[in-house]
Design a protein around this ligand. Structure first.
Ligand code: N01
Length: 506
């Protein structure tokens, strides 16, 4: 494949596809479109480098909690992972390598942060608006911005009066030296579990403000030998078989999450033993033991989290934050502790992430308005009726708690490429998912979710929207998603216009 043609100035050219975001989704989409013979594609990236969440999250200890060999594109398996759970710098380097080896950077426009997009019914195009005021026009728009990219910082009383350094874990401030400091960490999710052990012993003290304890399992993390890496590199078919076996092992976990939560009881027992193995203080054991079913929130994995919490210079504070003052935090019981640095490990805007974007479809209605009316209803997590030629990658209800999301991304990028190719083949101007198809597929997903652990497990989590409906997780086996997306079904869509008409209309 030759490098893409040099671009005319934005605005002047109607691209075939605009993709937004250069993480696994966006880069994977470029590759899938190229395989489908679609080359006039531009990718808008807000930052100055590719990598998505694996570029943005640089906190100490940041790593993947899905086994390395499953966390790569099937088209670009990586025999060279150094550990069974890859550290963030390696995943970021992997994505950069994919971009370089496939010559993808020619498609990427850096410093282009999408603020919204508008469908033009007459021209049958999307115009994407960016923060810098530039606009980009294309027939198809694919959002690969991901679900976990807008950091959420709670509005704690008095937080604005704090005079020390404060930052979110997803925007780690490496200029702040934590040595000898009193550090408050708010939140105990997947990010905190990874970085708290790294800063414990560096900071003079760590106060960990825990609202809800997480279930944490031992992590089977170990270095992978050079011999093994060479072997997998030399035998790609065996590497593929190894990935398939790993996929099947992870996939089997869906049985517990979805079909029979009782199967998760032994896992809960294991997690309880994991706490007791590292924490002697019964009060702390009690504080760290969740009162909801395992799997209701994302299950975390760590070998060093509980040992870190058992240290004398780490204190787990329960009961909430009453107030932040200039150089201290007052907890829910009224105890005041001096603090030099606050680190918010408080997660991301997930179900409301798209609210910040002004995406305007048919009839001038925005996605925000439509979802406020209908909930985040989609067909297969990828398309929404009245938003023609627009696709999400890792959109609503396609996240996973048990397997690699890269698998889901690849199902979607293939489906999108098939959709674009189908529109080309028919000579039509575009497609729009039929409202009844969307309604049926969304209802089926929600029906299955109601039987799952996420709604019956006795917890609240970021999987749920403000009304308590799960808008993030794909219920059950990913094989089912693969089957449902494997072949793009034109019957699910209304096709409209023809390119010839559009040229005449314009
Ligand atoms: O965020 P979270 P995260 N006052 O939302 C607490 C992915 N990820 O960044 O449970 C006090 O899980 C909140 O408490 P509660 C992964 O999908 C992947 O850690 O709501 N506390 C919780 O403890 C993950 O699930 C990797 O009661 C407040 C914490 O903050 C997702 O990102 C690594 C609060 C937020 O936890 C998010 O993880 C890291 C408040 N006002 C992350 N508001 C991989 O390894 C929130 N909290 C692939």
């Amino acid at each position: 494949m030759s490098a893409p043609e040099p671009e005319p100035e934005p605005d002047q050219h109607v691209h075939e596809v605009v993709v937004v975001g250069s993480g696994f989704s966006g880069l994977g989409q470029l590759l899938a479109l190229r395989r489908a013979g679609i080359h006039d594609v531009v990718l808008l990236e807000k930052a100055d480098a590719v990598g998505g969440t694996w570029r943005d999250n640089t906190y100490p200890g940041c790593a993947c909690d899905i086994p390395s060999h499953m966390y790569s594109l099937s088209s670009d398996p990586n025999p060279d992972w150094s550990r069974s759970y890859s550290p963030q710098p390696e995943i970021r380097a992997y994505l950069e390598r994919v971009a370089a080896e496939h010559d993808l950077r020619g498609h990427v426009r850096f410093g282009q942060e999408m603020t919204g997009a508008t469908w033009d019914e007459q021209r049958r195009t999307w115009t994407v608006h960016t923060r810098g005021g530039t606009s980009w026009t294309a027939r198809f728009l694919v959002s690969g911005v991901g679900a976990l990219h807008v950091p959420k910082t709670p509005d704690l009383p008095g937080a604005g009066t704090f005079t020390g350094a404060a930052f979110h874990s997803a925007r780690w401030d490496h200029d702040v030296d934590l040595r000898g400091k009193k550090v408050a960490v708010i939140g105990t999710g997947a990010s905190a579990v990874q970085f708290v052990p790294q800063i414990a012993g560096v900071a003079a003290e760590v106060q960990l403000y825990q609202r809800t304890p997480a279930w944490v399992l031992p992590k089977g993390d170990r270095p992978l030998s050079d011999r093994r890496r060479r072997f997998l590199g030399r035998h790609p078919h065996l590497h593929r078989a190894y990935r398939a076996a790993m996929y099947a092992a992870l996939e089997s976990r869906a049985v517990g999450f979805h079909a029979n939560p009782a199967l998760l009881r032994p896992v809960e027992w294991l997690a309880t033993k994991h706490i007791e193995a590292h924490v002697d203080d019964p009060a702390l054991v009690a504080a760290l033991t969740p009162d909801y079913s395992i799997g209701c929130k994302r299950i975390l994995v760590s070998n060093d989290y509980y040992p870190a919490l058992a240290r004398p210079d780490v204190e787990v504070v329960t009961g909430g934050v009453r107030e932040v003052r200039a150089s201290s935090i007052v907890d829910g019981d009224g105890t005041e502790r001096d603090v030099d640095v606050i680190i918010y490990a408080t997660g991301f805007h997930v179900t409301d992430a798209y609210d910040a974007l002004e995406i305007t479809g048919r009839g001038g209605r925005t996605l925000r308005e439509v979802w406020a009316r209908d909930g985040m209803a989609t067909h297969l997590g990828m398309t929404v009726s009245d938003f023609p030629n627009f696709f999400f990658l890792l959109g609503p209800n396609t996240g996973l708690g048990h397997n690699s999301v890269v698998f889901m991304i690849e199902c979607q990028t293939r489906y999108v490429a098939q959709a674009v190719r189908t529109v080309h083949a028919t000579g039509m101007g575009g497609l729009d998912v039929r409202a009844e198809v969307q309604q049926r597929s969304n209802a089926a997903v929600q029906h299955r979710l109601r039987r799952g652990i996420w709604t019956r497990g006795g917890c609240t989590s970021w999987y749920l929207d403000a009304t308590g409906v799960n808008r993030t997780i794909w219920p059950g086996f990913t094989v089912r998603y693969w089957l449902e997306t494997r072949r793009f079904d034109p019957e699910d869509f209304e096709f409209f216009g023809s390119t010839a008409d559009a040229a005449q209309d314009a």
